[in-house]
Write a protein that binds this ligand. Sequence first.
Ligand SMILES: NC(=O)C1=CN([C@@H]2O[C@H](COP(=O)(O)OP(=O)(O)OC[C@H]3O[C@@H](n4cnc5c(N)ncnc54)[C@H](O)[C@@H]3O)[C@@H](O)[C@H]2O)C=CC1
Ligand SMILES: CC(C)CC(=O)C(=O)O
Ligand SMILES: [Mg+2]
Length: 353
Amino acid sequence: MKIALLAGDGIGPEIVAQAERVLRFLMADGLKMELESGLLGGCAVDATGEPFPEATRKLVIEADAVLLGAVGGLKYDNLPREKRPEQGLLTIRKTLNLFANLRPVILYPELANASTLKPEIVAGLDILIVRELTGDIYFGQPRGIEQRDGQRVGFNTMIYSESEIRRIAHIAFQAARRRQGKVCSVDKMNVLECTQLWRDIVTETAQTYPDVALTHMLVDNAAMQLVRDPKQFDVIVTGNMFGDILSDEASMLTGSIGMLPSASLNDQNKGLYEPIHGSAPDIAGKNIANPLATILSTAMMLRYSFNQEIAASRIEHAVKKVLKQGYRTADIFESGMKRVGTVEMGDAVLANM
Ligand SMILES: NC(=O)C1=CN([C@@H]2O[C@H](COP(=O)(O)OP(=O)(O)OC[C@H]3O[C@@H](n4cnc5c(N)ncnc54)[C@H](O)[C@@H]3O)[C@@H](O)[C@H]2O)C=CC1
Ligand SMILES: CC(C)CC(=O)C(=O)O
Ligand SMILES: [Mg+2]
């Protein structure tokens, strides 16, 4: 099992270092893995001038799975789009055809008080956000900023083909079959043709899954319902941009954005695994970032890419135990708990493994 480690920028190296310790622990315990590090994002721009250099392209194509920290940072904000760290991330997703982004929103009972909602509203929360990842307005052409009628206009294109919608809908329905059997498709069909097509194709695809209950919701209502009554949702399927926004919102129901892992999969079982958050420049280099989302992403990697259910569960159980023992990074801290830094949280997970 060859794994490419792309730590990236900001807190990326700090959190990936803790996930790497977990992987190395499992290797020492007999799991055969090979780890190789590469550059992506701002650190790659600094070293090579490109956010997704050729050596990284080769590495991720050859690897069986990729573990990513995060990319981006203030210092890169004024670069042209093709040189920006985020473009490296979008390109890696497109290169590997990682169209299915799974973002589980699970509340650990120990963090019920850290949630932004009342404990009784979030107790037992377990939602799966299925976000389409290689289409939509983040990739659509034409795009740009140009002069029109004596002033600059900025424009992007929201575009989805039937086949792109159908394949992500299948992922959502299949996931729902293994869960509560409910899919809520989120769109904005009242004003956007692109998402009218989204609704039509999801509805058509649902006919293959008579055992799954499909509902539709407009995205503005979905944003509100997530904080009103999140437990009404089982699987949410949506496009790239809406999924990006709704998953950051949903993360706070679990206590912190530092708790949500993700898997980005293609149809050949190759996956990229990363926390849903960004490079958090405001806390980088301070040993305060929460590494659990990244550590939980390694569990998703072992499960989805390598079928190593036991090793994956071992990591998830260790995280549960750590929370039960009261270890908390700053983002999930409450009084009476043990405040720890990024490295100490990694120590605690390893101790429980
Ligand atoms: N997958 C990726 O690589 C992503 C990259 N970005 C990039 O990251 C940079 C910063 O973006 P922001 O909008 O600030 O979003 P962000 O997700 O990096 O941070 C938002 C807030 O959450 C906090 N936070 C994030 N992760 C945390 C963790 N593990 N533990 C504790 N607190 C955490 C940050 O300190 C910040 O206050 C930008 O350049 C952006 O483009 C943003 C999202 C995803
Ligand atoms: C570059 C962005 C699209 C990254 C992001 O915010 C995400 O994937 O959640
Ligand atoms: Mg995001």
